[in-house]
Design a protein around this ligand. Structure first.
Ligand code: FAD
Length: 476
């Protein structure tokens, strides 16, 4: 009898524990992907990530076909889909890799319970994280709330061992009718992401492996220092691949093992620490599900957010008049990805300069990032807002001009995403509103026409934000 291998956010064959277990169970494997209803709680998939998912499913189907199998696509409530496939195929087992978002956890628990009542064997596996969220706990058995001790515990724990793809997979070749990927309409035409996204990204497992190779060969050396400069190609760009599980964190971890003979240990450790931040975000989300939508620090519930819609629109369209913010927001629109340093600056600007509730920014990112991730996105927004666990304090307000000058000193990042400032002298590239008229003229910049005036005055906005913060500061 066959086993159903239910793919979710683990769209890979390499280091896939459920796949390995299915293989070694000796049964033919039916590979299944279910498009679950949004209301089931797995969250609406953003438009940018839908583009990615389409191509990732194609890639996975291609790899399975090379091995004489294929991916079965179905839509609906997962339990109903699984039951009907069990009836049609006579499968007596369902295997999957665990997911860690709270709605996903409860759906899976329910499915396991129901299928086991039907005497179907259900097995779930780890592998989406370096460690299960319950594996690393403080000395008193509680979840971690602070990153550094979490990292220390992770560092001390057993190294994850990735699994290779079993040779000679026995994939079920006669599958019941699959839905057509095209009918899912994951590729939006408004906007049509395809042209720009495809310049930068190759969704799927092979694309992920390639990004990892390039990173290790060309970028890991110097990562610790270079990763903060958005004009440099210095980071791995693995985040969208990790978000849909096209590569496992254990595989990434393993690839950086033993490299300290050739590369500075500080770079390797720093990179591993970032991978561990992802685990930490999931650790928080799994133990404190409200992190996704509610202020972790509930005194922020009384924070007096502003509500100017035009400010949010200026921010989301990259038209705030602060070049580093605008370059980041346009990079996001163009490629579905934004450099981490600029994400922090842009998020701080929305929350603190424009006084917009972090949840609006989180939702915008969720819709437009190809790496949108329920744990990392919510945890990072709350980190910037100061409302999160182990967060940056609210009163640390980023100055977008100084941040731009420090991390994009020649303005190359701004120039590549804000073409209307391309000719502006580096001295003013992060502060065009202070440039003399002759300098603006020479660069063909007309403030308020070719490029916006600042939507707020940063110094005044900072005072306003701190006053709002002081009003809730003492609150419990
Ligand atoms: P690298 O520097 O190469 O890091 C390697 C991997 O480590 C990343 O792919 C990622 O999985 C993990 N990582 C790196 N930085 C962080 C971090 N600060 N927190 C958690 N994990 C990290 N990351 C997402 O994956 N999805 C999101 O939706 C997301 N939203 C964010 C929102 C805001 C406001 C901010 C400030 C950060 C957000 N991040 C998010 C974290 C970070 O910006 C991205 O993971 C990183 O920029 C991805 O690029 P990279 O793969 O080249 O990173």
């Amino acid at each position: 009898k066959p086993v159903i291998l239910w793919f979710r956010k683990d769209l890979r064959l390499d280091d896939n524990k459920a796949l390995n277990a299915a293989h070694f169970s000796g049964r033919p494997i039916i590979s299944l992907y279910i498009r679950e209803p949004e209301a089931a709680g797995t969250g609406p998939l953003g438009a940018a990530q839908s583009w990615w998912l389409h191509h990732s499913l194609e890639a996975l189907d291609g790899s399975l076909r090379k091995r004489r199998g294929g991916l079965l696509l179905a839509s609906g409530e997962a339990l109903g889909v699984l039951r009907s496939l069990i009836r049609q195929s006579d499968a007596d087992a369902v295997f999957w890799n665990r997911r860690y978002d709270p709605p996903g956890i409860s759906i899976d628990a329910h499915i396991e319970h129901e299928l086991e009542k039907q005497a179907i064997e259900v097995k779930s596996f780890g592998g989406q994280l370096l460690h299960e969220p319950s594996q690393l706990m403080t000395g008193s058995g509680t979840p971690y709330r602070v990153y550094t001790p979490f990292w220390r515990a992770l560092e001390r724990s057993i190294e994850p061992e990735p699994l290779d793809i079993p040779s000679k997979l026995q994939l079920a070749s006669k599958l019941p009718g699959s839905e057509k990927l095209e009918s899912w309409k994951l590729l939006s035409t408004q906007p049509d992401w395809a042209s720009n996204f495809a310049d930068l990204w190759t969704p799927g497992e092979e694309g992920a492996q390639e990004k990892l190779r390039t990173f290790i060969e060309d970028r890991l050396d110097g990562y610790k220092e270079n990763r903060d400069y958005p004009a440099k190609p210095a980071t791995s760009m693995l985040s969208p691949h990790l978000a849909l599980g096209e590569i496992s964190p254990a595989r990434i971890w393993d690839a950086t093992r033993g490299l300290s003979k050739h590369l500075p240990a500080a770079d390797i450790v720093h990179f591993r620490k970032e991978i561990a931040w992802r685990d930490f975000s999931y650790h928080l989300l799994a133990h404190f599900p409200r992190l996704a939508t509610a202020n972790w620090e509930d005194r922020f519930d009384r924070f007096e957010w502003g509500s100017a819609e035009e400010d949010f629109n200026a921010w989301s369209r990259g038209m705030t008049g602060y070049p580093i913010v605008d370059a980041g927001m346009r990079q996001l629109w163009r490629y579905g990805w934004m450099h981490n340093r600029v994400r922090m600056i842009a998020a701080s600007f929305l929350i603190k300069d424009l006084m917009v509730d972090w949840r609006h920014g989180e939702a915008w990112f969720r819709d437009t990032l190809v790496d949108a991730d329920p744990a990392n996105n919510a945890a990072s927004w709350q980190w910037v807002a100061g409302s999160g666990a182990d967060a940056s304090p609210f009163f640390r307000v980023f100055n977008p001009v100084l941040q731009g000058e420090k991390f994009d000193p020649d303005g190359d990042f701004v120039r590549s995403h804000v073409p209307e400032l391309r000719k502006l002298d580096a001295k003013y590239i992060h502060r065009p509103f202070e440039a003399p008229k002759s300098v603006l003229d020479a660069a063909d910049v007309i403030l308020g026409e070719t490029y916006p005036e600042p939507v707020v005055d940063h110094a005044g906005a900072r005072k306003r934000a701190l006053a709002a913060y002081n009003a809730i500061r003492g609150a419990a």
